[in-house]
Design a protein. Structure first.
Length: 295
Protein backbone atom coordinates (compact mmCIF):
# COMPACT_ATOMS: atom_id res chain seq x y z
CA UNK A 1 0.00 0.00 0.00
CA UNK A 2 2.93 2.32 0.59
CA UNK A 3 6.69 2.31 0.70
CA UNK A 4 8.34 3.18 3.99
CA UNK A 5 11.00 5.87 4.11
CA UNK A 6 14.35 4.46 5.15
CA UNK A 7 14.95 4.95 8.84
CA UNK A 8 11.31 5.30 9.90
CA UNK A 9 11.08 3.59 13.27
CA UNK A 10 8.50 1.01 14.29
CA UNK A 11 6.46 3.36 16.46
CA UNK A 12 6.15 5.93 13.68
CA UNK A 13 5.30 3.34 11.05
CA UNK A 14 2.55 1.94 13.23
CA UNK A 15 0.86 5.32 13.40
CA UNK A 16 0.40 5.48 9.66
CA UNK A 17 -3.15 5.45 8.29
CA UNK A 18 -4.06 3.27 5.30
CA UNK A 19 -5.20 4.79 2.04
CA UNK A 20 -8.87 4.06 2.10
CA UNK A 21 -9.27 4.01 -1.68
CA UNK A 22 -7.23 0.80 -2.00
CA UNK A 23 -9.68 -1.55 -0.26
CA UNK A 24 -10.49 -4.96 -1.68
CA UNK A 25 -14.24 -4.97 -0.96
CA UNK A 26 -16.75 -2.15 -1.29
CA UNK A 27 -20.34 -2.43 -0.10
CA UNK A 28 -22.67 0.55 -0.55
CA UNK A 29 -25.95 1.08 1.26
CA UNK A 30 -27.77 3.98 -0.38
CA UNK A 31 -31.08 5.58 0.46
CA UNK A 32 -30.64 4.70 4.13
CA UNK A 33 -33.56 5.69 6.33
CA UNK A 34 -31.46 6.57 9.35
CA UNK A 35 -33.13 6.27 12.72
CA UNK A 36 -31.10 9.20 13.89
CA UNK A 37 -28.35 9.90 16.38
CA UNK A 38 -30.41 11.60 19.03
CA UNK A 39 -29.25 11.78 22.62
CA UNK A 40 -28.66 8.26 23.88
CA UNK A 41 -29.45 6.89 27.30
CA UNK A 42 -26.43 5.70 29.24
CA UNK A 43 -28.04 2.33 29.90
CA UNK A 44 -26.18 -0.51 28.22
CA UNK A 45 -27.64 -2.10 25.08
CA UNK A 46 -29.37 -5.40 25.70
CA UNK A 47 -26.86 -8.16 26.40
CA UNK A 48 -23.98 -5.77 27.18
CA UNK A 49 -22.37 -4.24 30.28
CA UNK A 50 -20.66 -0.84 30.23
CA UNK A 51 -16.96 -1.17 31.14
CA UNK A 52 -15.41 2.16 30.03
CA UNK A 53 -16.71 5.54 28.91
CA UNK A 54 -16.00 9.22 28.65
CA UNK A 55 -19.03 11.51 28.77
CA UNK A 56 -16.82 14.63 28.46
CA UNK A 57 -18.49 16.40 31.35
CA UNK A 58 -15.45 18.41 32.38
CA UNK A 59 -15.26 22.17 32.79
CA UNK A 60 -15.66 24.22 29.61
CA UNK A 61 -12.26 24.96 28.10
CA UNK A 62 -10.51 22.18 29.98
CA UNK A 63 -8.32 19.54 28.39
CA UNK A 64 -9.56 15.97 27.88
CA UNK A 65 -9.20 13.66 30.90
CA UNK A 66 -5.52 12.68 31.07
CA UNK A 67 -6.48 9.46 32.85
CA UNK A 68 -8.34 8.38 29.71
CA UNK A 69 -6.61 10.10 26.78
CA UNK A 70 -3.14 10.83 25.54
CA UNK A 71 -1.97 12.33 22.23
CA UNK A 72 -0.07 11.65 19.07
CA UNK A 73 2.06 14.73 18.38
CA UNK A 74 3.69 15.69 15.11
CA UNK A 75 3.36 16.72 11.51
CA UNK A 76 5.13 14.10 9.44
CA UNK A 77 2.27 13.38 7.03
CA UNK A 78 1.38 10.13 8.83
CA UNK A 79 2.02 8.03 5.70
CA UNK A 80 -0.78 9.75 3.80
CA UNK A 81 0.83 13.14 3.01
CA UNK A 82 -1.48 14.84 5.49
CA UNK A 83 -0.93 18.55 6.02
CA UNK A 84 -1.75 19.10 9.70
CA UNK A 85 0.46 19.26 12.79
CA UNK A 86 -1.16 17.40 15.70
CA UNK A 87 -0.85 19.22 19.03
CA UNK A 88 -1.99 18.74 22.62
CA UNK A 89 -3.22 22.35 22.90
CA UNK A 90 -6.67 23.33 24.09
CA UNK A 91 -7.02 25.22 20.80
CA UNK A 92 -7.14 21.83 19.07
CA UNK A 93 -8.80 19.60 21.69
CA UNK A 94 -10.89 20.78 24.61
CA UNK A 95 -14.12 20.18 26.51
CA UNK A 96 -17.05 22.43 25.63
CA UNK A 97 -20.70 22.07 26.65
CA UNK A 98 -20.29 18.43 27.68
CA UNK A 99 -18.50 17.42 24.48
CA UNK A 100 -14.98 16.78 23.28
CA UNK A 101 -14.26 19.29 20.51
CA UNK A 102 -11.36 18.43 18.16
CA UNK A 103 -10.69 21.48 16.00
CA UNK A 104 -8.72 21.68 12.77
CA UNK A 105 -7.38 25.20 12.29
CA UNK A 106 -5.75 27.05 9.43
CA UNK A 107 -2.83 28.86 11.04
CA UNK A 108 0.92 29.25 10.73
CA UNK A 109 2.54 26.74 13.08
CA UNK A 110 6.21 25.81 13.53
CA UNK A 111 7.10 22.38 14.87
CA UNK A 112 9.94 21.69 17.32
CA UNK A 113 12.25 20.83 14.42
CA UNK A 114 11.56 24.15 12.69
CA UNK A 115 9.23 22.66 10.07
CA UNK A 116 6.37 24.99 9.16
CA UNK A 117 2.73 24.00 8.78
CA UNK A 118 -0.42 25.75 7.64
CA UNK A 119 -2.85 23.63 9.67
CA UNK A 120 -3.14 22.23 13.19
CA UNK A 121 -5.44 19.62 14.69
CA UNK A 122 -5.45 16.89 17.36
CA UNK A 123 -5.26 13.10 17.54
CA UNK A 124 -6.31 11.56 20.86
CA UNK A 125 -5.86 7.93 21.86
CA UNK A 126 -6.33 5.58 24.80
CA UNK A 127 -3.04 3.78 24.16
CA UNK A 128 -1.49 2.64 27.43
CA UNK A 129 -4.62 3.69 29.34
CA UNK A 130 -7.39 1.47 28.02
CA UNK A 131 -7.75 -1.36 25.52
CA UNK A 132 -10.17 -4.23 25.10
CA UNK A 133 -10.80 -7.24 22.91
CA UNK A 134 -14.40 -7.75 21.75
CA UNK A 135 -17.56 -5.98 22.80
CA UNK A 136 -19.44 -2.93 21.55
CA UNK A 137 -17.49 0.28 20.87
CA UNK A 138 -19.55 3.37 20.07
CA UNK A 139 -19.33 7.14 19.91
CA UNK A 140 -21.93 9.84 19.25
CA UNK A 141 -20.29 12.37 16.95
CA UNK A 142 -21.12 15.42 14.84
CA UNK A 143 -18.62 15.55 11.99
CA UNK A 144 -16.76 18.52 10.54
CA UNK A 145 -17.22 19.35 6.86
CA UNK A 146 -15.34 20.65 3.85
CA UNK A 147 -12.98 19.60 1.09
CA UNK A 148 -9.79 18.13 2.55
CA UNK A 149 -11.24 17.40 6.01
CA UNK A 150 -10.83 13.79 7.22
CA UNK A 151 -12.31 12.88 10.65
CA UNK A 152 -11.98 9.36 12.09
CA UNK A 153 -12.99 7.19 15.05
CA UNK A 154 -10.85 4.05 14.88
CA UNK A 155 -8.71 1.51 16.75
CA UNK A 156 -5.29 -0.15 16.58
CA UNK A 157 -4.11 -3.38 18.17
CA UNK A 158 -2.33 -2.65 21.42
CA UNK A 159 0.60 -4.82 20.27
CA UNK A 160 1.50 -2.44 17.46
CA UNK A 161 4.74 -1.34 19.14
CA UNK A 162 6.05 -4.88 19.05
CA UNK A 163 4.65 -6.18 15.75
CA UNK A 164 4.01 -2.98 13.77
CA UNK A 165 1.26 -2.09 11.35
CA UNK A 166 -0.56 -3.86 9.72
CA UNK A 167 0.20 -6.97 11.82
CA UNK A 168 -1.40 -5.31 14.85
CA UNK A 169 -4.67 -4.85 12.94
CA UNK A 170 -6.82 -1.76 12.45
CA UNK A 171 -10.57 -1.23 12.86
CA UNK A 172 -12.05 1.94 11.36
CA UNK A 173 -15.46 2.57 12.91
CA UNK A 174 -15.96 5.96 11.29
CA UNK A 175 -14.05 7.58 8.44
CA UNK A 176 -15.42 10.41 6.35
CA UNK A 177 -13.86 12.69 3.76
CA UNK A 178 -15.26 16.11 2.99
CA UNK A 179 -15.86 15.37 -0.68
CA UNK A 180 -18.33 12.64 0.42
CA UNK A 181 -20.40 14.55 2.99
CA UNK A 182 -23.09 11.90 3.45
CA UNK A 183 -20.99 8.72 3.43
CA UNK A 184 -19.39 6.80 6.29
CA UNK A 185 -16.67 4.18 5.74
CA UNK A 186 -16.22 1.19 8.09
CA UNK A 187 -13.15 -0.99 7.56
CA UNK A 188 -10.77 -3.67 8.79
CA UNK A 189 -7.07 -3.81 7.86
CA UNK A 190 -4.56 -6.57 8.52
CA UNK A 191 -1.41 -8.24 7.17
CA UNK A 192 -1.13 -10.27 3.99
CA UNK A 193 1.40 -12.71 2.57
CA UNK A 194 0.52 -11.73 -1.02
CA UNK A 195 -0.21 -7.98 -0.77
CA UNK A 196 0.96 -5.07 1.37
CA UNK A 197 -2.27 -5.36 3.40
CA UNK A 198 -5.50 -7.33 3.55
CA UNK A 199 -8.56 -5.12 3.75
CA UNK A 200 -12.35 -5.12 3.86
CA UNK A 201 -14.55 -2.05 3.87
CA UNK A 202 -18.17 -1.02 3.61
CA UNK A 203 -19.88 2.31 3.15
CA UNK A 204 -23.26 3.59 4.20
CA UNK A 205 -24.91 6.72 2.83
CA UNK A 206 -27.53 9.05 4.23
CA UNK A 207 -30.52 9.90 2.03
CA UNK A 208 -29.65 12.26 -0.82
CA UNK A 209 -28.87 15.76 0.34
CA UNK A 210 -28.22 14.89 3.99
CA UNK A 211 -24.76 15.37 5.47
CA UNK A 212 -23.10 13.68 8.44
CA UNK A 213 -22.06 17.16 9.58
CA UNK A 214 -25.71 18.25 9.91
CA UNK A 215 -26.34 16.37 13.16
CA UNK A 216 -24.95 13.89 15.66
CA UNK A 217 -24.88 10.20 14.70
CA UNK A 218 -23.87 7.08 16.62
CA UNK A 219 -21.01 5.14 15.03
CA UNK A 220 -20.47 1.66 16.46
CA UNK A 221 -19.10 -1.84 16.04
CA UNK A 222 -20.07 -5.06 17.76
CA UNK A 223 -16.97 -7.24 17.78
CA UNK A 224 -16.74 -10.96 18.49
CA UNK A 225 -13.95 -13.49 17.80
CA UNK A 226 -15.52 -14.51 14.49
CA UNK A 227 -17.29 -11.32 13.38
CA UNK A 228 -17.18 -7.51 13.38
CA UNK A 229 -20.51 -5.78 12.72
CA UNK A 230 -20.69 -2.10 11.73
CA UNK A 231 -23.54 0.29 12.60
CA UNK A 232 -24.60 3.82 11.83
CA UNK A 233 -27.23 4.78 14.41
CA UNK A 234 -29.54 1.73 14.55
CA UNK A 235 -28.59 0.56 11.06
CA UNK A 236 -26.42 -2.54 10.66
CA UNK A 237 -24.66 -2.08 7.33
CA UNK A 238 -21.84 -4.65 7.27
CA UNK A 239 -20.66 -7.84 8.93
CA UNK A 240 -17.11 -9.07 8.31
CA UNK A 241 -15.99 -12.60 9.26
CA UNK A 242 -12.77 -14.65 8.94
CA UNK A 243 -14.36 -16.75 6.19
CA UNK A 244 -14.71 -13.62 4.05
CA UNK A 245 -11.15 -12.47 4.58
CA UNK A 246 -9.07 -12.00 1.39
CA UNK A 247 -6.83 -14.88 0.28
CA UNK A 248 -3.31 -14.45 1.63
CA UNK A 249 -4.50 -12.29 4.50
CA UNK A 250 -4.53 -13.06 8.22
CA UNK A 251 -7.46 -12.32 10.55
CA UNK A 252 -5.75 -10.48 13.43
CA UNK A 253 -8.82 -9.22 15.30
CA UNK A 254 -8.47 -11.43 18.35
CA UNK A 255 -6.59 -9.29 20.86
CA UNK A 256 -7.11 -5.95 22.66
CA UNK A 257 -7.29 -2.70 20.65
CA UNK A 258 -7.08 0.92 21.82
CA UNK A 259 -9.21 3.85 20.60
CA UNK A 260 -8.22 6.85 18.46
CA UNK A 261 -10.13 10.05 17.60
CA UNK A 262 -8.67 12.57 15.15
CA UNK A 263 -9.36 15.12 12.45
CA UNK A 264 -6.81 15.12 9.62
CA UNK A 265 -6.39 17.86 7.03
CA UNK A 266 -5.47 16.85 3.50
CA UNK A 267 -3.88 13.58 2.47
CA UNK A 268 -3.90 11.19 -0.46
CA UNK A 269 -7.54 10.18 -0.02
CA UNK A 270 -9.42 13.42 0.78
CA UNK A 271 -7.12 15.74 -1.16
CA UNK A 272 -6.10 19.19 0.03
CA UNK A 273 -8.41 21.95 1.24
CA UNK A 274 -9.41 24.45 -1.43
CA UNK A 275 -11.13 27.78 -1.69
CA UNK A 276 -14.43 26.27 -0.60
CA UNK A 277 -13.07 24.93 2.71
CA UNK A 278 -14.03 26.97 5.77
CA UNK A 279 -11.83 26.95 8.89
CA UNK A 280 -11.90 26.22 11.75
CA UNK A 281 -13.65 22.85 11.44
CA UNK A 282 -14.63 20.94 14.58
CA UNK A 283 -15.56 17.35 15.33
CA UNK A 284 -17.86 17.25 18.37
CA UNK A 285 -17.87 14.00 20.36
CA UNK A 286 -20.76 13.67 22.81
CA UNK A 287 -19.47 10.44 24.33
CA UNK A 288 -17.37 7.33 23.76
CA UNK A 289 -18.61 4.10 25.39
CA UNK A 290 -17.26 0.55 25.47
CA UNK A 291 -19.28 -2.48 26.52
CA UNK A 292 -18.65 -6.16 27.06
CA UNK A 293 -21.01 -9.03 26.36
CA UNK A 294 -22.70 -10.42 29.43
CA UNK A 295 -21.64 -14.00 30.14
Amino acid sequence: MRSWMQGVNLLQAARVRPRARHYTLLLVAVGLLSQGGGAQKKGAPEGYTLVWSDEFNGKDGSLPDAKKWTYDIGGNGWGNHELEYYTSRAENARIEDGKLVITAREEAYTGPDGAKFNYTSARLKTQGLFSQAYGRFEARIKLPAGQGIWPAFWMLGENFKSVGWPKCGEIDIMENVGKEPGINHGSLHGPSSTNPTSDMTATIALPAGQKLSDDFHVYAIEWEPDAVRFYLDANLYATFTPSQWPAGGTWVFNHPFFIILNVAVGGDWPGSPDGTTVFPQAMQVDYVRVYKRKT
